[in-house]
Every structure is written in structure tokens, then in C-alpha cells.
Design a protein around this ligand. Structure first.
Ligand SMILES: [Zn+2]
Ligand SMILES: [Zn+2]
Length: 284
């Protein structure tokens, strides 16, 4: 773990449901999970099936105190939680955060109700780790660890969803999934979260051509991601939450088209790591 690097690791980049097979081998099939290391602090975003390998890596590197923030709790963003080894370890302390159900359900209730029979063989009670559940409201500014600022905002998604902007060491990484854009309109809440970001991780489930048939599903396109990044002065765009039908070859093609429009664009892959050294630019 590097004290002066903001590290981002993609543990799951697929949306909706995990996939496997030779046609998905390069981009990967795990659903959403992203690790951010802000120096010595570890934050995880979402608990899709990618959380399972993330748990193994945390254990191997001896990380026992960290945060897990949910964008929302659709299955593809929470299904990995029961298979996350650290929650069964009495030496581990996890702080769980959610805000998409504010006023309707607490983070504790969300996790409790998800992990219980008959959907899962055992209840959350058997977890030996210390689980500290925190609730917030969209728009709140979270300070989960010293020097780490996490701004929050509402995304357009059935049932609600939270977008995050993580600031540390003069760097900014934003996670914007799942969200649907309105035609010919830039979402002001998203623009606020991604302004001047070093990296924007964006819901690129569909293409604009597919979008017509997919209205109301709560997802967006790489073309919209490019427009938002250009308007916000963001530098890199990670195409994320890949549709489960999207093969490696199709993602290669989409990545190429996106790169032609915006040089900083790339299609995220399971296991991919990006490093941003602490910046001497004025701290935001
Ligand atoms: Zn999703
Ligand atoms: Zn969703």
C-alpha cells in the first residue's frame, strides 16, 4: 500500500448479472465492485460478485479496517456480500454506508433483509466482523477516514441510486452508476460530481442506438459519458457496468469508438488497476 498514491482497482465491471465463458475472458464477468486506496485508507464501492475476489486480496494484504459504500442494492451491486470472507473474520472492522433508501430503510435493515433464509442459508448474525452501519442522505459530504472526502448525489435510477465523488491527495475519482440520462440533456447533479475529475467511472450499459428501446431501465451510454466528461473537464472515462451480453470483441469495438471521441476513454476490465500519484495541485 502506497502512502502517496490514489489507487483504483476494478474487481467487477459487469452490470445486471455476472457472466462467464471464453467470450468474456478479457473484460471479465464479475458484477460491480471497485476498490479505492487513498494512501493507507481502503474504500470499497458496491458489493457485486467482484467483492468476493476483493475480499481475498484484502485478507492477503492484511487490511482489517475499511469502508464499504453502496450505490444502491439491486442484486448486481449486493450479491457478493455473503461471499465476502472478511465479514466472517472477528479481527475485521467494516463500516457500511448507504443513502439511496434514506427515510425508507436503514443500511442495517437493507443488509439484514437481504442476507437471510430462505434466500441465503444463514443470517447476518453469524458474521464475526464488527459491522458499523451508517446512513446518509444524498447531498451529504462524508469523511470516512482522515483526509478522505466523499461527496454524494442522486442518480436517475428506479428505486434510487447514489453517485460518489471521492477526493483525496488533490485527486478526484467519481463513480456514477447506475443512471439514466435524458435525451440531449446533461444531468447537473452528475456534472457537479465529476467536475475536473481525474477519473470518471460511468454507467455505459448501452449505446445511443440501443437506448431507444431501453428507456426506463435506468442506464446510460458511452456517448453520454463522453459528453459529460467533456463538459466537466474530466480527464479519464472508464466505461463501466457492461451489459451482460457484451462480448470482448464488442467491448473492443466500443472502446475504440469511445477513444476516437475522447482520448481518455477506456473500457474497464476486471482486475485492472489505475494509479494517481498525490497531486501538488491545489487541494479540492
Ligand atoms: Zn446495476
Ligand atoms: Zn440498478
Amino acid at each position: 500500500m502506497d502512502d502517496d498514491v490514489f489507487l483504483v482497482r476494478f474487481w467487477g465491471v459487469r452490470g445486471s448479472i455476472s457472466v462467464s465463458g471464453p467470450e468474456f475472458s478479457r473484460y471479465g464477468g464479475n458484477t460491480t465492485c471497485i476498490e479505492m486506496q487513498c494512501g493507507k485508507h481502503t474504500l470499497l464501492f458496491d458489493a457485486g460478485s467482484g467483492l468476493r475476489p476483493a475480499g481475498g486480496a484484502l485478507r492477503a494484504s492484511g487490511v482489517t479496517d475499511f469502508d464499504l459504500l453502496f450505490t444502491h442494492c439491486h442484486y448486481d451491486h449486493i450479491i457478493g456480500l455473503p461471499f465476502f470472507a472478511p465479514i466472517y473474520d472477528r479481527n475485521v472492522k467494516v463500516t457500511l454506508w448507504s443513502g439511496h433508501l434514506a427515510g425508507r430503510m436503514t443500511t442495517r435493515q437493507m443488509v439484514d433483509e437481504f442476507m437471510q433464509p430462505p434466500w441465503f442459508p444463514v443470517k447476518l448474525e453469524i458474521c464475526k466482523a464488527s459491522l458499523d452501519c451508517r446512513d446518509f442522505v444524498s447531498g451529504d459530504v462524508l469523511r470516512p477516514r482522515e483526509g478522505v472526502v466523499v461527496r454524494t448525489g442522486s442518480l436517475i435510477h428506479p428505486g434510487g441510486c447514489i453517485g460518489y465523488r471521492v477526493e483525496w491527495g488533490g485527486r478526484v475519482v467519481a463513480m456514477i452508476t447506475d443512471t439514466e440520462h435524458e435525451p440531449d440533456k446533461l444531468d447537473q447533479a452528475v456534472l457537479g460530481l465529476i467536475e475536473d475529475a481525474d477519473l470518471v467511472i460511468y454507467d455505459c450499459t448501452y449505446t445511443e442506438e440501443e437506448m431507444e428501446r431501453r428507456r426506463g431501465n435506468g442506464h446510460s451510454t458511452w456517448q453520454q459519458g463522453v459528453k459529460l466528461c467533456e463538459a466537466a473537464g474530466a480527464r479519464r472515462l472508464a466505461l463501466f457496468h457492461h451489459d451482460p451480453t457484451r462480448t470482448d470483441e464488442e467491448l473492443d469495438e466500443i472502446e475504440k469508438l469511445a477513444k476516437d471521441r475522447f482520448a481518455g476513454a477506456f473500457a474497464a476490465r476486471d482486475g485492472q488497476t489505475l494509479k494517481f500519484p498525490v497531486s501538488l495541485r491545489k487541494k479540492r
